[in-house]
Write a protein that binds this ligand. Structure first.
Ligand SMILES: Nc1nc2c(ncn2[C@@H]2O[C@H](COP(=O)(O)OP(=O)(O)OP(=O)(O)O)[C@@H](O)[C@H]2O)c(=O)[nH]1
Ligand SMILES: [Mg+2]
Length: 293
C-alpha cells in the first residue's frame, strides 16, 4: 500500500500528498535523508530504504526527487512500476516548466488526482487468517456479496480464495485473501499471504481457538508478514460462552473487535473496521511485535 508521495527540487517541496500520516517517525528528517540520497541517483534509477514498517522508494529525474512511502511488507515490484508511471506522467505534464525555471511559481496540486488514481491500481492485500470454521469465508462474503447475505452453512475453504472489495476506502481498493483454516492448509499460508499489508485474525471467541491461533497461526504470520498491521475479530459473539472482545484481545495480544459475521446487520461495522485499519484510525498491532505469554 502506498501511503505518501513527496516531490522535491532544489530543497523545495513541489508537491506532496499524505494519505495516511506516519505517526511513528520524524517524516521531515526522513525526507531530508532520502531526498539527499535520491539526488545522487542516475536518471530513472530507483532505490529504496527500509525503516521500521515503512519503505521509502525513491527516484531522481530532471533534478527532481520523487519519494513514495509504502508499507514495507507490500509488493516492491508493483510500487516500482507505479513510481515509474508517476514520474513519466509528471514529466509529460511539467518537464517544460522544470527546464524553463517557471516551476518555482507553479501550482502542482492537480497532480494529486493522478497520484491517487495510480495508488488505487494496486489493490491492498488483506489476509483473513484463523482456524477452520471461525467465520473467514462468512466475513469475506458479508463484505463482497451484500445482496446474497452471509452464508449460514460451513463449507471449508480449500487452500484459499480471494475477492476484490471496493467500498468507502478511496483511493484504496482491497484484495481480500480468505485462507483455508483447516490444519492441512495452514502450511500453504506462507505462499498465499506474501506481501500482505494487513491481517485480520478471526477467532470464534473460545479458549481452544485462541490457543490454536497462538500456537499454529502466529508462527506463520510472524515468519511471513512481520511488518503487517493486524487486528483480531472476536466472532460469534451471539454464542453462549463466547469470550468478550476484551478477553480475546488480552489472550491474543492483539486488539480484538466483536462481530457476528453471519448477520447482515454487521456488514457496516465490518467494512468500517477494515476502513479504520487501513487509515490507521483504530487500535492495531504489528505482527512482529505481538507479545504472548
Ligand atoms: N453463530 C454464529 N455462527 C457464525 C458466525 N459467523 C459465522 N458463523 C457460521 O460459522 C460457520 C463458519 O463458516 P466459514 O465462514 O466458512 O468458516 P471459515 O473460517 O471460512 O473456515 P475454513 O474455510 O475451513 O477456514 C458458518 O456456518 C457460518 O454461518 C457468528 O457470528 N455466529
Ligand atoms: Mg473458509
Amino acid at each position: 500500500m502506498i501511503r505518501e508521495i513527496h516531490i522535491f527540487r532544489d530543497g523545495e517541496t513541489l508537491f506532496e500528498d499524505i494519505i495516511i500520516p506516519n505517526i511513528d517517525l520524524d517524516s521531515n528528517a526522513v525526507m531530508m535523508l532520502v531526498s539527499s540520497s535520491a539526488k545522487k541517483l542516475q536518471e530513472w534509477k530507483i532505490d529504496n530504504l527500509e525503516i521500521e514498517r515503512y519503505r521509502y522508494m525513491y527516484m531522481n529525474s530532471h533534478d527532481t526527487q520523487f519519494i513514495v512511502t509504502m508499507d514495507r511488507q507490500a509488493s516492491i515490484r508493483k510500487v516500482h512500476e507505479a513510481l515509474m508511471g508517476l514520474v513519466s506522467k509528471f514529466m509529460e505534464d511539467y518537464q517544460d516548466l522544470l527546464e524553463s525555471g517557471a516551476w518555482k511559481s507553479t501550482d502542482f496540486s492537480s497532480f494529486g488526482s493522478h497520484f491517487r488514481k495510480i495508488v488505487g491500481r494496486i489493490p491492498v492485500k488483506v489476509c483473513l487468517a484463523g482456524h477452520g470454521g471461525t467465520g473467514k469465508t462468512t466475513l469475506l462474503e458479508l463484505a463482497t456479496l451484500p445482496s446474497q447475505g452471509p452464508p449460514q452453512d460451513y463449507v471449508p475453504t480449500f487452500f484459499g480464495d480471494k475477492a476484490l472489495l471496493r467500498g468507502n476506502f478511496d483511493p484504496y481498493v482491497f484484495s481480500m485473501f480468505d485462507l483455508g483454516g483447516q490444519d492441512r492448509f495452514v502450511q500453504e499460508w506462507g505462499k498465499i499471504i506474501r506481501s500482505g499489508s494487513m491481517v485480520v485474525i478471526v477467532s470464534d471467541s473460545t479458549k481452544d481457538n485462541i490457543s490454536w491461533t497462538k500456537r499454529v497461526a502466529y508462527p506463520v504470520l510472524r515468519a511471513e508478514l512481520p511488518y503487517a498491521r493486524i487486528i483480531a475479530v472476536a466472532n460469534k459473539q451471539d454464542l453462549k460462552g463466547a469470550l468478550s472482545p476484551e478477553e480475546v484481545s488480552k489472550r491474543l495480544g492483539v486488539p480484538a473487535y466483536g462481530m457476528q459475521a453471519n448477520k447482515r446487520d454487521f456488514r457496516d461495522r465490518w467494512l468500517e473496521l477494515l476502513r479504520m485499519l487501513a487509515f490507521e484510525e483504530i487500535d492495531f498491532h504489528i505482527v512482529g511485535d505481538i507479545e504472548v505469554d
